[in-house]
Ligand binder design. Structure first.
Ligand SMILES: [Ca+2]
Ligand SMILES: [Ca+2]
Length: 443
């Protein structure tokens, strides 16, 4: 094939992609790995869609109180040869505790290689959001929350810092395209919560974890009342419909993982969970978290019906309501296609093997400059990219006088003033490979 026809085919594919409206999404995933393996299924899907060029994963944040949860995220990133993806963790708990040994988060942290040697080395979750959003283009970021709201609530409550002089609300308003969340219950637009939104008193006799959790309910009500970006919920009834036979049943995934190698991290997580937590040989699970991500990246396609541009209310007792007459850019999805057809698509995405590690360096950043402040200096540069499909730039390593200092997640780094210091900035790809440096001497 000559290069003209190659170019022609490339342009054709490019225009076809744009016609379909499939743009590459820049995603921050906020997850709670531990109790339920659907978070692992969801991370597997995310990596798989990244390999196919549908999205870049800018960071993954844990919201649980378990020390092993952020490490389990790190192990999953490592498995998919993207060990340099920043991992965040919620630092607001009074204390972090060890995960019970029957949890897959414990299993992954113990038995799989990972970059994060200790949860304390994870980036603070709220800081991770703020640093990435501060340097992002307007309305460019998709946030997918499949855990609790601890980190995102913290972001909305946050104020000016070294990353940005803007409030968290302002950053979300400017930079975020969509907040997609697994949560709530919206059969016919209303229902009692039994998810991370804090549960509901009304369901307390049903299972004890659906009793109201006042902290989560209050956080979620704040988020719903104050989130200035489009906010879409994938409720309990979408991925898991066993509650009052809601919305045509469960989207069950996981059984197919048995076709993978024993050591595949997703298969192993599901098997561990079912063996030790449920005492079962079956490894099929509802797909609550996966449906939220599926919609966030691919849109409704023919899988879901999206009810947009309304207003969500969550009451203190856990009742979720949607009002189509007030447009606060909030809404929810319901299944459109048969549950088993959606499940097949999701499970297919959960079963990818790891892509080849990207060993070619990203392009170096450009236009490094600095601004001296009172006791500080702010380095700034232009963003760079990695040309390898399925890889991207996850951050920039900063060196001072030849020694590594830190990784910046945006295109700015603030540090205490150090006269005559020489700074190097190197772009870092998903596999941790650095670009050639860009150097400046602070006078
Ligand atoms: Ca979850
Ligand atoms: Ca590369």
């Amino acid at each position: 094939m000559n290069s003209n026809s190659t170019n022609y085919i490339y342009l054709f594919i490019l225009s076809f992609t744009f016609q379909l409206g499939i743009a590459q999404q820049k995603v921050i995933l906020d997850t709670d790995p531990g109790y339920d393996p659907d978070d692992v299924g969801c991370m597997a899907m995310l990596h798989s869609m990244a390999t196919q060029g549908e999205c870049e994963i800018l960071g993954i944040i844990n919201s649980t109180e378990f020390k092993e949860s952020s490490q389990s995220i790190s192990a999953i990133n490592y498995f998919y040869n993207r060990k340099a993806i920043p991992v965040g963790d919620y630092s607001g708990y009074e204390k972090k505790i060890n995960a019970p040994k029957d949890m897959y988060a414990y299993h992954l942290a113990e038995n799989y290689p990972k970059e994060l040697k200790n949860w304390k080395h994870a980036v603070d979750g709220v800081s991770l959001y703020r640093e990435i959003l501060a340097s992002a283009k307007d309305t460019s970021i998709t946030i997918v929350i499949i855990g609790t709201m601890h980190n995102f609530y913290g972001l909305l409550k946050s104020s000016s810092d070294d990353f940005s002089n803007k409030s968290g609300i302002q950053l979300v308003k400017e930079k975020v395209k969509l907040v997609a969340t697994m949560g709530g219950n919206f059969i016919d637009g209303t229902g009692y919560d039994r998810t991370n939104w804090g549960g509901a008193d009304a369901l307390c006799e049903y299972t004890n974890w659906s009793c109201i959790n006042e902290e989560r309910n209050a956080m979620c009500r704040y988020v719903i009342d104050h989130c200035p970006a489009p906010f879409m919920a994938s409720g309990w009834e979408v991925g898991c419909g066993d509650y009052h036979n809601a919305n045509y049943g469960n989207v069950m995934t996981g059984a197919g993982l048995r076709n993978l190698e024993d050591s595949h991290i997703v298969r192993s997580s599901y098997e561990y969970h079912f063996k030790y937590r449920e005492g079962s040989d079956e490894i099929s699970r509802h797909s609550n978290d996966q449906c939220a991500l599926h919609f966030a990246i691919r849109g409704e396609q023919d899988n879901y019906t999206a009810y947009r541009n309304g207003d969500i209310t969550l009451t203190k007792s856990g009742l979720c309501k949607w009002d189509s007459k007030i447009n606060r850019q909030q809404g929810y999805i319901q299944k459109k296609k048969d549950k088993d057809l959606i499940a097949a698509e999701i499970e297919g995405l959960m079963m990818d093997t790891a892509p080849i590690a990207d060993v070619s360096p990203p392009y170096p950043p450009k236009n490094l400059s600095y601004t001296p402040l009172k006791n500080k200096v702010v380095l700034k540069w232009n963003p760079s990219t990695d040309p390898t499909k399925g890889s991207w730039v996850v951050g920039y390593n900063i060196y001072r006088n030849g020694s590594y200092v830190n990784m910046a997640l945006g295109t700015k780094y603030t540090t205490k003033i150090n006269p005559k210091a020489s700074y190097e900035v190197r772009a870092v790809n998903t596999n941790g490979i650095e670009s050639e440096p860009l150097t400046i001497i602070v006078k």
